[in-house]
Design a protein around this ligand. Structure first.
Ligand SMILES: [Zn+2]
Length: 312
């Protein structure tokens, strides 16, 4: 999920800043020393759980297998997704200490001196999760049954884009419904899923529209990738206005991957061809923020029809 890059700086009168401050004053979010990283209140989390339950109900109708994935991803998996080609600036790597007594002493010395102790670490076998569905693909290496398979994948993801915009968190929840199998079914899953998402958002009182994604691909290489993504409409997003008079915010993305994952992870359809995949990813935190922005900061005062759609 993403939208055209916009001014990320905080200025007086900035609606991002205003909503950010209101959410914190209401005790829904708790600020940390890092922009875009929050503690969440129980009231906030009740909305998150209700949205997760809503996506889960849809996944059940598709007979999807549910997998809750960890917030970190195997580095080997990450490497095979080619994420670095497109979004090197958004990723986060986990580094670990594997030294001996001598390097430990040096580590402590540097910490106490306020020095560069990180230089004594080395890359661990995991990175922060870039997208919930990325964890799924290495689990599927091999031959799929006829008709493919569907999965519900839920977990925390990371994107390094510090911002005062509360809808642009660095650590956020992503709840996806994924199809892996044949090309036509993948396309259908994506298109049908996007329609379901738009209908659910409408029930929640969020007017949303599907638009081709305009991802913030990095640099010169990324410009070419962005152009082909737009041209081929591989990625669509449901966008909703959170900030009056500003850009609309993507709250759901619907993606056709073709064999982008089937190929490197050795996933085959029942005919032995590289599997195609598609995912519909609900940005649960963004939808939660949109609900608070749209209906007010106290869910008990939200319109009845919204409450019954959400908490049923
Ligand atoms: Zn996905």
């Amino acid at each position: 999920m993403s939208e055209p890059a916009h001014d990320r700086s905080a200025v007086v009168g900035d609606p991002h800043r205003e909503l950010h401050d209101r959410l914190i004053e209401a005790g829904l979010l708790f600020a940390t020393p890092v922009q875009g990283l929050y503690g969440r209140s129980e009231t906030y989390q009740e909305v998150v759980r209700a949205l997760d339950a809503m996506v889960h109900r849809w996944a059940l109708t598709l007979e999807a297998t549910t997998i809750h994935v960890p917030p970190v991803l195997a580095r080997s998996t990450f490497d095979a997704t080619n994420y670095l080609q497109s979004f090197p600036d958004l990723m986060g790597s986990v580094h670990i200490f594997s030294g001996n007594d001598r390097t430990h002493a040096e580590l402590v010395r540097r910490v106490e001196a306020g020095g560069d102790w990180q230089a004594l670490l080395e890359p661990g076998e995991v990175v922060l999760s870039s997208a919930a569905c990325h964890a799924l693909y290495p689990m599927l290496s091999g031959r799929l049954p006829a008709g493919g398979r569907r999965f519900e994948v839920n977990g925390l993801c990371f994107r390094h884009e510090p911002s005062v915009d509360p809808a642009r968190m660095q650590s956020f929840s992503m709840h996806e419904v994924v199809y892996v199998g044949d090309p036509d079914d993948a396309q259908q899953h994506r298109d049908r899923g996007l329609r379901v998402a738009l209908a659910r958002l409408a029930e929640l009182g969020l007017e949303a529209e599907a638009v081709p994604a305009n991802d913030p691909f990095f640099g010169r290489l990324g410009t070419a990738l962005a152009a082909s993504q737009l041209e081929e409409e591989l990625k669509l997003e449901a966008v909703t206005p959170i900030f009056a008079g500003r850009e609309r915010t993507a709250v759901v993305s619907a993606n056709c991957h073709r064999d982008h994952f089937g190929q490197p992870f050795g996933i085959e359809n029942d005919a032995g061809a590289p599997a195609h995949s598609a995912c519909v990813a609900f940005g649960v935190d963004r939808i939660t923020i949109a609900l608070f922005a749209r209906h007010g900061l106290d869910p008990s005062t939200w319109p009845n029809e919204v409450r019954s759609a959400l908490f049923s």
